[in-house]
Design a binder for this molecule. Structure first.
Ligand code: PLP
Length: 291
């Protein structure tokens, strides 16, 4: 792994490249650089982004930095300096070995003593057989209503926080049930998202995903897919979905930055049609992003 620590800069600081580079320090493989009193590890109090890297190209950087900014606002953390993060991303990627795909992780925690901590790491990413083989998902109740964001903003819906223990526990529950992944449901019965992914289904030729206002994380991969569909003149919309909508869909996928589009093969053991041609087309489009 490749790690750099960042001296957190205010978002509006404009400094020349050499001074900016001096705020980004190599931290070896990241061992021994974090205080045990840091509120990131101590409380999960922080935010992060995972960016897919194809060759040496980081994908949808702008969308990731915009979401990091939104997460920071929701958690009352300082707004990130985009120029600094762009430089940190470039420096981390330059250190990667020659591999097809990698992942870059940006982390900001509440730190300690009132000073936030920030770092970036880069790691080569494995092959992804799920893109062809598909995944089996189980429906799990998240226990929160679909209007949670409006009703209870302190629950931080819509922010990509470091508090992923619940998401990881849901994945373990899926594995216990013999499945690969999870589709979370709201307490009022709507389909939300996966623990690390956005759900997209195709119904009557239209691609549909739940609206971000339903308390989910707005997906950068789903946004990139929407741009591709727009270009291709294919119908796409945000709409609340029920489990029945997913079961009756022509096809369904879980989308995320590194795994990209994984077709859903079954929901709670009930088989779903997989469209291999369309899935390949979607992943080709996602892999060939230039933004
Ligand atoms: N929803 C959640 C809860 C996630 O953690 C993620 C990504 O990790 C996504 C959706 C998909 O977002 P993206 O496509 O930007 O990776």
């Amino acid at each position: 792994p490749i790690v750099f620590l960042l001296d957190v800069l205010p978002a509006d600081t404009i400094i020349d490249d050499a001074d900016l580079a001096a705020t980004i320090t190599p931290a070896g493989d990241g061992s021994g650089v974090l205080s045990v009193f840091d509120l990131g590890p101590a409380r999960g109090d922080g935010i992060f982004e995972t960016i897919g890297v194809v060759g040496r190209h980081p994908q949808s950087v702008e969308a990731h930095l915009d979401r990091l900014t939104e997460s920071a606002a929701i958690l009352d953390l300082p707004a990130p300096n985009h120029a600094q993060w762009r430089l940190a991303i470039a420096r981390a990627i330059a250190e990667l070995p020659d591999v097809d795909q990698s992942a870059v992780r940006l982390v900001v925690t509440r730190g300690s003593g009132g000073r936030p901590t920030a770092w970036i790491s880069a790691t080569p990413a494995d092959g992804f057989p799920e893109r062809e083989n598909g995944i089996e998902v189980v429906l799990l109740d998240r226990g929160l209503p679909s209007d949670v964001q409006e009703r209870s903003p302190w629950l931080l819906a819509g922010a990509k926080t470091l508090s992923y223990a619940v998401n990881m526990a849901a994945l373990r529950e899926a594995h216990r049930r013999g499945a690969d992944d999870v589709l979370f449901l709201s307490s009022d019965g709507f389909v939300l998202e996966g623990p690390t992914s956005t759900v997209v289904v195709r119904i009557g030729g239209t691609f549909v995903t739940p609206p971000p206002s339903s308390g989910i994380l707005p997906g950068t991969t789903q946004l990139a897919l929407w741009a591709h569909l727009e270009e291709q003149g294919l119908a796409h919309e945000y709409r609340m979905l029920t489990p029945e909508d997913v079961l009756d869909a022509e096809a369904a996928w879980l989308l995320s930055s590194v795994r990209l589009a994984a077709p859903v093969r079954a929901v709670d053991g009930r088989p779903l049609a997989m469209d291999a041609g369309l899935t390949a087309q979607i992943n080709d489009a996602l892999l060939s992003r230039t933004d």
